[in-house]
Design a binder for this molecule. Sequence first.
Ligand SMILES: [Zn+2]
Length: 109
Amino acid sequence: MPYCPKCKVEYREGFYTCTDCNEKLIESLSNEKTEKDHEGLKWSYLMTAYNDIEADIIIGLMNSNGIRAVKKYYGFSEYLKVYMGTAFNIKIFVPDFMLDEAKKIIEDI
Ligand SMILES: [Zn+2]
């Protein structure tokens, strides 16, 4: 799905500009799987948690296994976080070189 690079809101297919910022939408799907942070560390997409509580459990589990994990909110879930204090469909990212190990832990749940 295309999304706005400025406010990160996702749009349905067929939209080309953001109705809020007038920004040209960009295709998200593929490059959302991995991204680099300011330290140059490559993060890979692990899984999507149903809500904030589940995300925290998974991140806690990763941390207890020595794996760093981060939550990322995109689009509508960011909106919910702001207005309702909770979020849904939270994407969890782990460092790329720890992805295999992280996946094994998830399988064991
Ligand atoms: Zn926008």
